[in-house]
Ligand binder design. Sequence first.
Ligand code: GLP
Length: 249
Amino acid sequence: MLVIVKDTYEEMSKEAAKIVADRLRKKPNLVLGLATGSTPLGLYKELIRMHKTDGLDFSKVTTFNLDEYIGLPPSHDQSYHYFMWENLFKHINVDPRFVHIPDGMATDIDAFCQWYEDEIKRAGGIDLQILGIGANGHIAFNEPGSSLGSRTRIKTLTKKTIEDNARFFPRKEDVPRYAITMGIGTIMDAKEVILLANGKNKADAVKAAVEGPITAMVPASMLQMHRKATIIVDKEAGAKLTGEFENYG
Ligand code: GLP
């Protein structure tokens, strides 16, 4: 695992954007795994800037999002569909036919999850997966206790995640209880992974993921087994790390 500690959120976001742009220039038909949440917003802003000013081309890219709330239609302003179009897709030249986001309104959820897994395979697998991390160590919606080999499926959100995400909804009761999420096994199959974390709220989760034991109770700790994982954090999120990590560039 390569751990990079940057001084600020902006530097963290730019470092991640540099890697995405590099992989995209080397492989124009990159298969990109994408995340939602507040963490990757700076990365998406920088990718939009690169598209607008440097001509970074997304026209051949295929995307797969990690997760989606069950019961929220794409038009709902807290759905991950809405988030992705507002914060990234509508500002770049991605081909809508190549965009994949789990369908939170699917009537047969199991069949949908299998189809999603098959689509990833048909695309040749995910080349680069972007991840955030929950304060309880979750990745996507793989909450503590998730099987480390899990595939795309339905998950119940924990109380902690519902509380953390309540800030985006009018009332806590409005936060959906269930989500469709790629599994930890699905994420581990990505050829490369970048996990981003910022702010002191994430310091314990980052410490546990990077320096703790590999355990289903901290789903992100499974990345210690990944062949090409880069953890990019700001100073606050990296504050509890005791190892000596690089801050280069
Ligand atoms: C959500 C998402 C995760 C995300 C996490 C952290 O629950 N399902 O993919 O990484 O929360 O969100 P934030 O970046 O807003 O802290």
